[in-house]
Design a protein. Sequence first.
Length: 167
Amino acid sequence: MYYDEPSAFDFDAVVLDTFDDFVILDKTLFFPEGGGQPADTGSLRLKEENKTLKVQDVQEVEGVILHKIENGSGISKGSVVSGHVDAERRIAHTRHHSATHIVVCAARNVLGSHVWQAGAQKGEKRARIDITHFKRISDAERKEIELLANRMVMEDKEIQARFEDRE
Ligand SMILES: [Zn+2]
């Protein structure tokens, strides 16, 4: 559901299976770690037992989303849960994700279209972007990239997220 409802943070789901500290749900808003973006955290509340479990990590393995529960799950198949995603953390990740796209765009404008994103790490407090370029960038170039990137932010453009063709 996280692709269809990127700004929703609360949902109901049914436990399909559990193993070790992991819980698999029939649907989820928890974004797994991927593309340099850390996993969401949050909680699962067991509706019948009035018990809340902490989701400390989320991983995708072969299309299956695994929710890692702090101190083991102790949760049974078929349980109905209310999921809550830590919104502040997710919004910080979203902002940093958008910021890395903006910085790459600005760098391409300043340095040339050979510039590509070589890697990225987004966090809650900061993000890092690695770009390809044939030499060290100068202070003047860095300032120009910064100026362009800040201008794009100030324009407050609407963000459209979509899957691009690989080519
Ligand atoms: Zn992206």
